[in-house]
Structures are given as C-alpha cells and as structure tokens.
Design a protein around this ligand. Structure first.
Ligand code: B12
Ligand code: SF4
Length: 517
C-alpha cells in the first residue's frame, strides 16, 4: 500500500524545520509499504491539490498530524481526501484532546476515519495493518493488555535512515545559490535543520502546556548510542552533499536530568559527533557551569528558554515559579561567554500583566546579551489546566478558537487589561525588538566576537522577525533587506576586510582593548 503522511502548513510562515513524527512513523511502518512525506510548509498544497495527489499516486491511506493551530487546515485537507474515497487517520496533540471533534461525534462533520491517541509509536503498525484489511477502528489508544495507558519506552528507538530519506523539500538554501554555496568553506549547498529527540516527558506541569498531560511526567530517554549514531549519520550525509546540517533537540527540557544530559554530551564529543544544535532548556537548569561547558563543547549554539514573564506573580499563577527572573541575566551571560545564545520566549496577557508590560520586558532584555526574543499571548490549549481554569471562570471568549485560527489573537479576557491592549503589547514587543535599529544594536554588541557570530545573529534575527511580520515572498524579503541595509553593509565591510587578511575594524578595536587591558 502507498501511504501519505501529511503535515499542514501553519498558515503564517514557512517552518524552518520538518516535523519529527513523519520520519518516526515512516521508520515504524511495517515492511512492504511505500511511505511518502509531504510537509505543507515546504510543499504548499490546497484541498484540490491534495485530492488530486492521492488519486494520481494511488494512495491507500493518509496520515495527518497537526497541532491545535493547524487543525482547521488539517480538517479541510482530510475532508478533501475522504471525499475521493481515501481513508484518513489523524494523530498528534490536538486530536488526542479533541478526538470526538475529529470523529464528528460532537455533532459536527466527521474529518477522520480513525484517530491515534497520544504517542503512536506502538499503535501505528496496527493502524497500517487494519487499513490494509479495510478494518480501521475509530480510536487507537496506546494501552497494554489490561487497558492501562502505556507510554512507549525509547530504549529501542528506531534507526531513522537519514542517509536514504529524500530531504529535498527541507533544504533551506535557495536553488539559485546552491552551486555557488557548495564551494564555500566545507560546503553550504544544502542547509537543513533536523528534529531529533533524546527523551520525552516533562514533570513540571506548567498550567498552559500540553506536554505533561500528553507525554506524562515520567521521563524516558533514548540510549546515548542511538542518539550519537543518528548524529553521525546526519553529519556524514551533510558532508557527502557538500552541505551543512543543524539539529534541533526537540525534548521539552533537554537537561531535565542533568547527569544524563552531561553523559550524552560527553559521548557526543568522544565520538566526534558534534553538529551545531539547538535545544529547549529551562533557565533553572542552566545554573550548572559544567553543563553549559559541555553544551558549548558538543556543538550547542542556541538554547530556547521559556522565560514567559519577568513578573514572579505571573510565573506563580501559571505554575512556573521555578523560573526566577532575578537570575535570567546571569544565565544568559553564562551562555554568551561560551558563544551559546538564547531564544527567550515571553507570554503577554497573563493575569498580572498590565499595559506597559512589553516595554518593561524590553527594558530587561536590553540589559542581557543580545539573543532572539519572541513574544506570544497566553493561549488556552485544549485540555490544559489553563483551559479548564478559564472555562470554569467563564473567561473564554472563543472557546473553540482553533476552528477559526487567527494568529496572535487572544481567546480569553486577561484580568488587568483588555484583549486589545494585550494585542498591542505583543505588537510593541515585536516592533521594538526587531526594528532595523534594534537589529543593528544586537549585531554591534558582538563587535568583540568573530564575524561569524555577528552574521549568525543577524540572519537569525531576520528570520525570527518573520514569526510576527509576514515575510513570505521575494518582495517582502527585499523590503526587509533594504530596511536593514546599514547593518548588512557593515557586515560586508568587515567580511571583505577579513577576506583581505586584515582584522575587521570591530575585531581590531577589540584586540586593541584587550592589549590595553
Ligand atoms: C518542535 C516543536 C515545535 C517546532 C515546530 C514543529 C516542528 N517542525 O517540529 C517549533 C519550535 C517551530 C514550534 C512552534 C510552536 N509550537 Co511547538 N512544539 C514542538 C515540540 C517541542 C516537539 C514536537 C515533536 O516533534 N515531538 C516529538 C514527536 C515524536 O511527538 P509528536 O509530534 O507528538 O508525535 C507523536 C504523536 O503525537 C503521534 N502523532 C503525531 N502526529 C501524528 C500523525 C498520525 C497520522 C499519527 C498516527 C500519529 C501522530 O505519534 C508521534 C509518535 O508518538 C512539541 C512538544 C512535544 N514534546 O511534542 C511542541 C508543541 C507541539 N508545540 C506547541 C505549540 C503551542 C507551539 C506554538 C503554537 C507555540 C507558539 N505559541 O507560538 C508554535 C507554533 C508552530 C507554528 N507556527 O507552526 C504545543 C502544541 C499543543 C497543541 N495542542 O497544539 C506543543 C505540544 C508544546 C506545548 N507547550 O504544549 N514547536
Ligand atoms: S517546563 Fe516546558 S515542557 Fe515542561 S511543563 Fe513547563 S512549559 Fe511544558
């Protein structure tokens, strides 16, 4: 049977990274089936397009995975596929929480023939077998023979064949530049960010988060060897293609067990399996100097930190009191000293937020080493403790907000400001953190670092501004580039000077200062 695994686009930006579930389920598919992957972010498709594709390709089963924010698109695509007589199975966090909605059991349209609840590592092979026999059940739940929920162990994690998978759709290097960039340094003909997990589960249970409910509070890890082997495979592939890869460790808290994380990072270093990587780690775990040393030595370049708020009352409200705003600056300094930078994520519209929260937060941010701040709104995702609390308090303004997803739009009323004020705070945050002046300041704040770091932060900032400011298409990019021409000119000038063998003015100034000291 031919199986299509499809992930809908997020409707706003082109995602920078494919979704792991597709590769994982492809690897777990019983032998004898062909599995095709389409990520709508890389290969945009509409309803008519997907219906045509499944017909022409003679697809026998379609699997669709989606987060809450993409679910409306996922349902529309599923409806189009089912209309041409091909069965659809849906999985992922949203339908796990809202299975009745997907199955049309709550009075609405039925969108899926079957729903896979929770982690589908063990149920997927059964789903495929049932689909072959034409006997799909409505619900597949990961349970043991006694009907008790069973979380798959990651000890026998499948080897994802990264050396053979067709990754063409996930190359971030524009086709036009490929030939030229292949010759640059070790080769930049391809650049891909690959998702990889080293463990699952988070015990912290923050009120707005789906993870503790979905993956459970018991943490499970892959073996160090299986992670190291996967990194080596990816590294070899990039080398053979005269390209580069970076890895996003998608664990919700990559250092949740610092002893284990350190042992993994030591094994990566010992095996020469270092690639540039990004991971999510909570600020409290980054107090550990040895851990930060190992992060840097093993290739860690960016750490995503869910700071959420600089207000301890807000943090306590959402059960994230383990975040201590007073130590954010020290944590970021510790990382920056080792050339590791932070993606700092903030939520506005929390219960203790008042107008001016964006400027208060930016004021703090400006005192930290420059990184990538991101701003969002408190969002009641289905089945989270936050959703239940707001629902009980009658504060949900759009209880089924996912059915009509609108980016950066609240679905409940904040306590100490209006919805419009919360929206304005997010806009203020993005506008001021990503203005051409702020970008220039961020780049120049690293004048003492090699040019590569300044280019890295500049490109990252240019891409991240697209999360809020639509930046799709050539024209939008040209406009952004033109607005930031002063910074680009400065970087080019330094690059040219470095190429001519002279220290860039910024580096020269830094070395003079060092000598004077
Ligand atoms: C990586 C990641 C991202 C990436 C993007 C996704 C990518 N390209 O991989 C980035 C960093 C961009 C991101 C962004 C966001 N994310 Co995110 N992200 C994750 C994260 C950390 C890992 C996802 C992952 O790969 N997990 C590992 C795989 C193996 O698990 P899985 O995807 O759930 O798949 C398993 C099952 O669900 C099931 N399954 C999944 N799909 C399918 C399909 C079929 C057919 C079947 C049978 C089974 C199945 O089988 C798989 C194996 O067991 C998760 C948290 C988590 N631990 O999952 C959050 C998570 C998915 N993100 C979340 C959110 C809210 C967001 C944002 C909206 C945050 C924001 N406010 O901006 C944005 C929006 C993204 C966008 N604009 O597209 C929520 C989603 C909750 C929900 N109900 O939708 C999660 C769960 C985290 C949380 N805090 O609650 N995210
Ligand atoms: S620490 Fe992160 S993953 Fe864990 S519950 Fe809190 S927000 Fe979710």
């Amino acid at each position: 049977m031919k199986i299509l695994l499809y992930n809908p686009d997020n409707g706003v930006t082109r995602n920078f990274m494919p979704h792991l579930w597709m590769f994982l389920l492809q690897s777990l598919t019983p032998a004898g089936h062909e599995v095709i992957l389409i990520d709508g972010n890389a290969q945009p498709m509409d309803e008519a397009g997907i219906a045509r594709f499944v017909r022409e390709q003679n697809i026998g089963l379609v699997g669709i995975g989606a987060m809450t924010r993409m679910i409306a698109k996922a349902y529309r695509m599923a409806d189009a596929i089912r209309a041409v007589g091909v069965p659809v199975v849906m999985g992922g966090p949203h339908v796990t929480e809202e299975a009745d909605e997907a199955l049309g059991r709550n009075g609405g349209t039925r969108h899926a023939d079957a729903v896979a609840l929770g982690e589908a590592d063990e149920t997927w092979p059964k789903i495929v077998e049932d689909a072959v026999r034409g006997e799909l059940k409505d619900i597949y739940a990961p349970v043991d023979e006694f009907g008790q929920e069973r979380k798959p162990s990651l000890q026998s994690y499948p080897a994802i064949p990264w050396d053979k998978i067709n990754l063409k759709q996930f190359n971030l290097v524009p086709k036009i530049a490929k030939g030229m960039l292949q010759k640059l340094g070790d080769g930049w003909g391809t650049f891909r960010i690959i998702p990889m997990e080293s463990g699952r589960g988070c015990p912290y249970g923050c009120e707005f988060c789906t993870v503790t409910g979905f993956f459970g509070d018991s943490i499970r890890f892959r073996t160090n060897k299986s992670v190291v082997d996967e990194l080596l495979l990816l590294k070899a592939r990039a080398k053979s293609e005269l390209g580069q890869i970076a890895v996003f460790f998608i664990d919700d808290n990559f250092a949740i067990n610092p002893r284990r994380t350190k042992s993994l990072l030591r094994d990566i270093i010992a095996a020469g399996a270092q690639v540039n990587w990004v991971a999510q780690i909570s600020a409290n775990l980054l107090r550990d100097e040895e851990l930060v040393d190992l992060i840097s030595a093993s290739g860690g370049k960016w750490v995503f930190i869910g700071m959420e708020s600089i207000d301890p009352t807000n943090l306590a409200d959402v059960k994230k009191g383990f975040n201590k705003p007073g130590e954010y600056a020290a944590v970021l300094e510790r990382l920056a000293q080792r050339n590791v930078f932070a993606i700092t994520s903030f939520i506005f519209g929390m219960d203790n937020d008042t107008t001016g929260v964006a400027e208060r937060t930016l004021k703090e941010i400006r005192t930290w080493p420059a990184g990538l701040p991101i701003f969002g709104l408190l969002t009641p995702l289905p089945a989270t403790p936050l959703y239940k609390r707001l629902e009980a308090a009658g504060r949900l303004t759009r209880p089924k907000h996912w059915q009509e997803f609108i980016p950066f739009e609240m679905a409940h009323t904040p306590l100490r400001m209006t919805i419009a004020e919360a929206h304005a705070e997010v806009k203020y945050g993005w506008t001021n953190a990503y203005s051409p002046e702020a970008l220039e300041k961020a780049v120049n704040s690293y004048a003492h670092k090699p040019l590569g770091y300044r280019i890295n932060i500049f490109i990252a900032r240019m891409c991240f501004r697209g999360i809020y400011f639509p930046q799709m298409g050539r024209f939008a990019w040209l406009k952004t580039i033109s607005e930031n021409r002063r910074t680009i000119y400065g970087l080019c000038k330094d690059g040219f000077a470095a190429w001519r063998g002279r220290p860039a003015p910024a580096e020269k100034a830094a070395s003079t200062t060092a000598r004077a000291a």
